[in-house]
Write a protein that binds this ligand. Structure first.
Ligand code: SF4
Ligand code: SF4
Length: 435
């Protein structure tokens, strides 16, 4: 790992062990190799060339959630998540990357139309029961274990993704120079607000389109003019798995397009996307315009909380509790905005969730790559959720929504999960498109 960041970060770890109390994987395994101190020691040994083979490090390096809880508890704020990303990159350099994973990162994520076609196929399989049959016959596992996990994780695949619904939501094509853009004007009578470029995250587009519609329509209601960006995946999935080349390729594709937007803010309703987009300045250091683009990025909750909205016209039934997504709460320090949106903009009754910022185990696609560990981490979250007596768990990240909904389904719980945007949209009397 000949990387300055890794060396500097590793040197700052004084082996105090404070991170033990906050690491979700250590809480499950009580294994020193599964906590920041141990992981950093192993990365240090690798750095010094003290290890002959990387194979023994697969578990410690890849079992990390990249949740950042250790960094928050650490006096030196050692960025173990970043060290693990570099360690994974080193691992792939020696062992290679699984074919399907590499194919997804390098051939699919940069082409939303290919991804959409595949997911439509998966949706048909799910609706007709074919995929369940394939799963029972072991065919999905034969193709890829991750595919088998994905089939069970989501209840349904939407018939219409968010990009398919943009016209219905009210976006219109405007010519600009030799190109065109999709624009949703601010609502009639709304106060004059900024022009915002809406970045469509993969989770929102393909799995939670109602969240996206709610977020967009609320921006327009609060006076923003919204442009729907023709973006590709932000690059976080390949980055997390240590494929930094694929992550940079996706980021550069987006950067080229984002540099041309004249919007005041670049906004997304996925806490992971907003954090990763803000980090483009570090990922693509030296690329022209990257610092300016990264400085424009805002999480949707950050923008909406400061925009005026009419008073709520109806209330959300029952009590709501809120789960802090790692990349939003810890990653960006955004904890108050979603809570204020729930209580002030939606008038909801909010009860605090114990350990609200403890990772839910979703961690992007960790629930697919590490189903058992992910479920064990989720158990703690679900037990905390049950303690609140709430009827709804709100959050602000599609990956957390999927994970929480999966856990509640497994528990046969009557509780529901919702993105903050959907709860505020409901309070505002906004009717969302049915699937
Ligand atoms: S990562 Fe931080 S908290 Fe953990 S052992 Fe190192 S210095 Fe201590
Ligand atoms: S990032 Fe999370 S899972 Fe990884 S070592 Fe730190 S606390 Fe543990």
């Amino acid at each position: 790992m000949p990387d300055n960041l890794t060396i500097t970060e590793l040197l700052r770890c004084n082996k105090c062990g404070y991170c033990q109390s906050t690491c979700p994987t250590y809480a499950i395994t009580l294994d020193e190799a599964n906590v920041a101190r141990g992981r950093n020691a192993l990365a240090g040994a690798l750095q010094d060339g003290d290890l002959e083979s990387l194979e023994a490090l697969r578990g410690p390096f890849f079992d990390c959630l990249l949740c950042g809880a250790c960094t928050e508890a650490c006096f030196s704020a050692v960025r173990t998540d970043e060290i693990m990303v570099r360690a994974r990159e080193a691992f792939h350099e020696q062992h290679g990357q699984p074919f399907v994973q590499r194919f997804i990162f390098r051939r699919l994520l940069g082409h939303p139309e290919r991804l959409a076609a595949l997911l439509r196929l998966a949706g048909t399989g799910k609706r007709t029961g074919l995929s369940r049959l394939f799963r029972r016959l072991g065919l999905l596992r034969w193709i890829n274990a991750t595919l088998e996990g994905a089939e069970g994780l989501v209840e349904a695949v939407p018939r219409h993704f968010l990009r398919d619904r943009l016209q219905e939501v009210g976006f219109r094509r405007h010519r600009i120079g030799r190109g065109e853009e999709l624009v949703l004007p601010r609502e009639e009578g709304a106060p004059l607000g900024p022009r915002v470029a809406y970045f469509i995250g993969c989770g929102t587009n393909f799995q939670e389109p109602r969240t996206g519609e709610a977020a967009i329509r609320l921006l327009a209601r609060s006076g923003c003019e919204v442009i729907a960006l023709p973006n590709v995946c932000c690059g976080l999935p390949p980055y997390s798995y240590g494929d930094l080349d694929a992550a940079r390729e996706l980021a550069r594709k987006n950067l080229e397009m984002l540099r041309r937007t004249d919007a005041e803010y670049i906004v997304t309703d996925c806490g992971s996307c907003s954090r990763f987009l803000k980090g483009y300045a570090e990922l693509l250091e030296g690329d022209p315009g990257v610092a300016e683009v990264a400085a424009k990025v805002r999480d949707w909750t950050e923008v909406l909380v400061d925009r005026p909205l009419p008073p709520p016209v109806r209330s959300w039934e029952g009590v709501v509790t809120y789960h802090d997504p790692c990349h939003l709460g810890r990653g960006q320090g955004i904890r108050e905005a979603p809570r204020r949106l729930l209580t002030e903009a939606a008038g909801a009754t909010l009860v605090e969730l114990p350990e609200a910022d403890w990772c839910c185990g979703g961690a992007g696609s960790y629930n697919l790559s590490h189903p058992e560990m992910s479920l064990a981490i989720l158990r703690r979250k679900l037990d905390n959720v049950a303690q609140t007596g709430a009827q709804t768990v709100a959050t602000a990240c599609p990956a957390c929504l999927i994970q929480l909904a999966y856990g509640l389904r497994r528990d046969d719980s009557p509780m529901q999960t919702r993105h903050v945007a959907e709860i505020v949209a409901h309070a505002q009397g906004i009717e969302l498109t049915e699937d």
